[in-house]
Structures are given as C-alpha cells and as structure tokens.
Unconditional design. Structure first.
Length: 251
C-alpha cells in the first residue's frame, strides 16, 4: 500500500491510460500556449533562456549573455562528438533557432523541430537567409514524419528538462535512435533531480513545465537501454549532459 502522498499520486497516475497521460491533446495545447509568445525578444528571454537576475539586465546585456551561452553549448557538443562537416543534424526543441544559427556554419544541413508553431515562426525570422537550415512543428510526442536513419547527429538542449514523465523521455530516445543512422550521435542536455510525481501534477494543474530529472548514472542507464553506447557524461548542476553514438550492430 502507498505510504505517502507522493506514492498515492504515483499509484493513481499508473491507472491513467498512456494515451491520456502522455499524448493528451490538452497538454499539447497548453504547452504550445505557454511557448507561443508573440515577440521574438519574449521568446528568447522569457522562454528559451531565462537568466539569473534577468530583471536587472538590459536587453543588450541579455543579448551578450545569449551569445556567450550559445557559444559554450556549441563548443561543448563539438568537443565531445567526433563530427564531420558533411553531417545532417537534427535540433530537437530548436525554439527560435538559438543553436541552429551558429551550427549552420559547421554542418552541411540542419533541421529544427519544436512543438510550438509560434517558436517555429520566430525561427524563420531569426534564421532568415540561412540556406542550409529548415525548421518544422513537431507533435511533442515523437519525430514523425522524419525518416529512419536520416540524421548523423541529434542534439537537444533546454528541452528534455520539460518532459514530465520518464516514459515520454524513453519514447523520444527511441525516436532519436530511429532517425539516426547506425553510429550516429546523440548529444543531450537535461537537468538533475528525481522522478517526482508532484512535477507531473504541477505541470497539468498550474502549468509548471518542470520535468523529470536525472543523475549522470541514471541518465546513462536510460540512454543505454535505448540502444546507445554512452561515450561520456558531464554534470554541471543543474545541467547534466550525455554524449552517445547509436549502436551499429555490426553494420
């Protein structure tokens, strides 16, 4: 029998069908509403990157910080993944295209996916004139209609930390594995913490978009369970990163 409020909630949720819990169109609508801000500056600094002491920063200071963080994230990925300039790369949770812009100077082709149509609209403005980048609206559940084995690398930053349940994380890892070629790379950032059912409750009831958190070992175990070989992890609390090629199975 459950012995705490948390366990009671978790037990109750176990009886809710997956299609309602993880594929709820209502949840999709709420997520799109939250990220669907009208102005590009709102999207950048009130949704994508919310800096500490942002209320004390000028717009110019925020822009400088945006560029600094973006360069550091790109440096981190490129230092951990043995990449090739001819690769085709997917940005999962691309938002306005923060990472796609600098990555366009590194790779042959990039595709960005985001659940928010408004973010995709902003991305087309933010990335105007960049010929080797395209962006599209995703379902928030999977990577359809992207084809099997069609990418050399998938990276995701500021996205998995919003997924409310491990099952959704697992599904996306399987989808990433599906769209990667054998030996293709995953570079994933999420946040530390525990799988707390209160997070799911808060997300639905009060639109708190905090999600499942992982220790480096827990994230490693989950990624490896979805047919990846983890090459390295990095803990920079509250962020945790994993870098892993898809298993080739002798191919």
């Amino acid at each position: 029998m459950p012995t705490s409020v948390s366990q009671v909630i978790k037990a109750a949720l176990s009886y809710v069908p997956d299609r309602i819990r993880y594929r709820s169109r209502w949840l999709q609508v709420r997520m799109r509403s939250y990220w669907g801000v009208d102005q590009l500056t709102q999207a950048k600094f009130e949704r994508v990157s919310v800096f500490t002491d942002a209320d004390k920063m000028s717009l110019e200071e925020k822009e400088v910080k945006w560029e600094e963080v973006t360069r550091e994230h790109m440096r981190l990925i490129l230092s951990r993944v043995p990449y090739d300039a001819e690769w085709r790369v997917l940005d999962l949770g691309c938002a306005v295209g923060r990472m796609l812009l600098p990555m366009s100077g590194v790779f042959r082709e990039l595709v960005g996916v985001d659940i928010s149509p408004k973010m995709i609209d902003h991305s087309r403005s933010y990335l105007a004139g960049i010929k080797n980048v395209s962006t599209m609206v995703g379902s928030g559940f999977d990577l359809r209609p992207l084809e099997n084995g069609s990418f050399d690398m998938v990276y995701s930053i500021y996205t998995f930390q919003h997924f409310p349940r491990i099952q959704l994380v697992e599904n996306y890892l399987k989808e990433i594995n599906r769209v990667l070629r054998p030996g293709g790379w995953l570079a994933l950032q999420t946040c530390t913490g525990e799988d707390n059912p209160w997070r799911w409750f808060k997300r639905i009831v009060v639109a708190d978009f905090g999600g499942v958190g992982f220790s480096p070992q827990a994230l490693t175990d989950l990624v490896e369970s979805t047919d990846f070989d983890v090459a390295s992890t990095l803990l920079s609390a509250p962020a945790v990163w994993v870098f892993a090629p898809k298993k080739s199975h002798g191919q």
